[in-house]
Design a protein around this ligand. Structure first.
Ligand code: ATP
Ligand code: MG
Length: 744
């Protein structure tokens, strides 16, 4: 279908015209009001009351693109527009080419095959705002214009990022249905989700299926536009969840799924009793029963996914042995002996089970859990651990095994998603589903990492969108007008600058032999950064606003707002220590996955392994490099309430997110230039009826037709620009007036 003969369906025409209303020829749904029933658009028309109808419509369901909002600086108007649309089940709205999505917390009939077809080969303005429009646009730019794409999805926990990423994947799978021989690849791509979610997602207060890791997935296409493979990068699994969870939350799904869904024989082999209450790491009693049926079902889905991904029976067994051994490890109990050191009771079966499942020497395992070998000036000394240290070692081992095995699983998926043959002409669409900005009552090392990641992505957003804008102006031969905006590079530098940034100071403290503590780290921060405009020490506590900071806290003024971090455990988490004895023991594991995961750690190397934050920083910079080389699309997800409930729109909660997502700034920058642009063909097609000179058909180039139209419509010189292929309109008001003229 070409643009000329395209059919436009107004997104909520159903409620006014009693059936889906089809408007002929090149309409514009971001403005389009459905006409009253039976008023066909044959020109010229004069329908009394139509204009009023158009205004009423806009009043009721808001505008589909925020750039058309008259009062674009007002957050209240912004939220009001979102609310109007949300109440009409219209969860998508654009800011230019950024898609805002509000989680409906209910299944809407907007993802059907029929709906999907509406977006095939359509320009943004040809169909109502939708995630499918983003997906289709990315797909077409890739296949027809050979520009690599990435879709960046952000938003807070529970806002719908993962669901959005799945919709993109599903759309692309459906979109490429006509192409041959891609079924297996598509199945594998689609099945990677349930598998990764089982191991990397968990029930939290904010989301029953919360992703506890960041994910970037490339879908690789061959020259015909058929998916031929994929690649996943994973970021920062929340491994602390393996050993403890907040009351009412759960460990990673797979533990419960295995216990509920594993058959008798499997559980016997793994020495497991089928009850999560029996294990310390899964003891939260509250929600198990109600979720059991679901866990059983999901376990089946995981096993099916493993089959599709071609994970062999032997590998599956090794994976479940790891999951089970983590559970057994959590139950290993220590007592203090008469020398004050930790000991494992001789009748304790748990450590024996771990030894057996991981195929390591059980005596050595007990030793490694209760003592430590230290090399000092060539002497090797074995020191016993006290109770606290032994518990720490046990939990550190459980976290390390689970974390490494998760990364192994991603690598295994990648091996399965590798294209069958090398094709230099292939290209990718990347999808990023990564944690949004976090501000909790108490923020720690994890929030620091996550918020740093969001600063970097915001920086990329600024660079790429401004670049995109500038390039479009250049392409169209329109003079670029500089736009003022807040550049958060100062905050990125504050965090990651060499030698003087927070990460550098933290690493120095972690590497400093003897005496370094969380407190000494904070003292250095305060000493060196107190004058920085985006850093606040407790000395800068503002008593008037009741923002009184503790002496173990510092505050960063992020682009999205102020966040106070508590430094307690920063050093420990950054060092991420696993005692060497446990590491060397795991290298000897007869469980192939564990053996593989630990063998790369070179124990003889004198060089210290990179700290957690430095590893994260490096992988983030890698990611930014990958994304910078692609053309981005943005999806900003919003959570409408804290109760996972449909039809509830909590304005205060949403206002916070509008700030964290930088949406007002985004809109302001978009409006600072020419808010609205349209190809000459599309503009002429829609408005040609407004002048006798262009109606019914304009003979000549579309640009000349548009020129005629703007003269007839009496556009002021400042209101518009004529580019090489598009007309640029500065104020939405101009367009609305044109639109209203059109409606009459
Ligand atoms: P987290 O950061 O915790 O991983 P998230 O942003 O990935 O959160 P999702 O898991 O995608 O959030 O969404 C949370 C829940 O909201 C889903 O399980 C689903 O119930 C509901 N939901 C999200 N998007 C939609 C949608 N488009 N339609 C219907 N329900 C949705
Ligand atoms: Mg998620």
């Amino acid at each position: 279908m070409t643009q000329q003969d395209s059919v436009i369906v107004s997104e909520n025409a159903q409620d006014t015209s009693g059936g889906v209303m089809v408007v002929e020829n090149g309409g514009d749904p971001s403005l389009l009001a459905p006409l009253p029933p039976n008023k066909a658009l044959h020109r010229p028309v004069s329908v009394q009351g139509v204009m009023e109808h158009a205004l009423q419509h806009r009043e009721r369901v808001g505008v589909q693109d925020f750039v058309l909002l008259e009062d674009y600086r007002s957050e209240a108007a912004f939220i009001d527009n979102l609310k109007k649309r949300f109440n009409e089940n219209l969860i998508y709205t654009y800011i230019g080419n950024v898609l805002i999505s509000v989680n409906p917390y209910k299944n809407l009939p907007i993802y059907t095959e029929e709906k999907a077809r509406l977006y095939y080969k359509k320009a943004f303005f040809e169909a109502p705002p939708h995630i499918f429009a983003i997906a289709d646009n990315a797909y077409r730019s890739l296949v027809y214009e050979h520009r690599e794409q990435c879709i960046l999805i952000s938003g807070e926990s529970g806002s719908g990022k993962t669901e959005a990423s799945k919709k993109v994947l599903e759309y692309i799978a459906a979109r490429t249905n006509h192409l041959q021989n891609v079924e297996t690849v598509k199945d594998k791509l689609l099945q990677s989700n349930p598998l990764l979610e089982a191991f990397g997602n968990a029930k939290t207060h904010r989301n029953d299926n919360s992703s506890r890791f960041g994910k970037y997935m490339d879908i690789q296409f061959n020259y015909e536009g058929a998916p031929e493979g994929g690649h996943i990068l994973n970021y920062l699994l929340e491994k602390s969840r393996v050993v403890s969870q907040m009351p009412g939350e759960r460990n990673f799904h797979i533990f419960y799924q295995l216990l509920a869904g594993g058959d008798e024989e499997l559980l016997r082999q793994l020495k497991l009793q089928g009850r999560p209450e029996a294990y310390k790491y899964t003891t939260d009693m509250m929600s198990h029963q109600s979720q059991k049926a679901n866990d059983v079902e999901q376990f089946r889905a995981v096993r099916d996914a493993m089959k599709v991904i071609e994970i062999s029976e032997v590998e599956q067994k090794a994976i479940f042995e790891i999951v089970a051994s983590v559970l057994h490890l959590g139950n290993v109990k220590f007592v203090t002996n008469d020398k004050g050191s930790a000991e494992i009771l001789s009748h304790d079966a748990n450590s024996g089970n771990v030894g057996e499942l991981l195929k390591v020497n059980p005596t050595k395992l007990r030793e490694a859990l209760t003592s430590r070998t230290i090399e000092a000036r060539g002497d090797v000394v074995n020191t016993p651990l006290d109770l606290g240290q032994a518990q720490y070692a046990r939990d550190a081992l459980a976290k390390a095994i689970y974390d490494k095995h998760f990364s192994w699983l991603v690598a295994r998926l990648n091996a399965s998603l590798l294209p069958k043959s090398f094709d230099a002409r292939s290209s990718v669409i990347g999808i990023l589903d990564i944690y949004g900005f976090e501000i909790f009552p108490k923020n720690s090392f994890e929030q620091f990492c996550i918020n740093f990641c969001n600063e970097k992505l915001q920086q990329l957003f600024i660079q790429l969108t401004l670049k995109q804008e500038q390039e479009e102006y250049l392409r169209e031969g329109i003079e670029w007008e500089p736009v003022e905006y807040f550049n958060n590079i100062v905050i990125c530098d504050l965090i990651e600058a060499k030698l003087i940034g927070i990460i550098s100071i933290l690493d120095d403290e972690c590497l400093r032999p003897g005496g370094a503590t969380d407190a000494s780290f904070l003292e250095k921060l305060n000493m060196r950064l107190d004058k920085h405009a985006h850093y606040k020490s407790h000395r800068k506590s503002d008593i008037r606003t009741q923002k009184v900071m503790g002496r173990d806290e510092f505050c960063l003024v992020h682009y999205a707002g102020e966040v106070t971090y508590n430094v307690s455990t920063f050093l420990e988490k950054n060092n991420d220590l696993l005692f060497r004895d446990l590491q060397s023991l795991m290298c000897t594991s007869g469980n192939n996955i564990v053996g593989d995961c630990f063998k790369d750690l070179d124990l003889r190397s004198k060089k210290r392994p990179e700290t957690a934050i430095t590893q994260f920083k490096n992988s983030l910079n890698e990611l930014i490099k990958i994304l910078s080389s692609k053309e981005p699309s943005y999806i900003r997800c919003i959570k409408p309430n804290d109760f996972k409930a449909p039809m509830q729109f909590d304005e205060k909660l949403i206002s916070h997110q509008v700030k964290y997502l930088g949406l007002m700034e985004n809109l302001r920058v978009r409006r600072a230039g020419f808010a609205y642009r349209r190809t000459y063909e599309a503009f002429l097609e829609r408005y040609k009826c407004l002048s006798a000179e262009t109606w019914p058909n304009f003979r000549g180039p579309a640009r000349d037709g548009v020129q005629k139209l703007v003269e007839v419509l009496k556009y002021e010189k400042e209101e518009y620009r004529m580019g090489n292929t598009k007309i640029f309109i500065r104020f939405p008001k101009t367009l609305f007036e044109t639109e209203d003229a059109y409606q009459i």
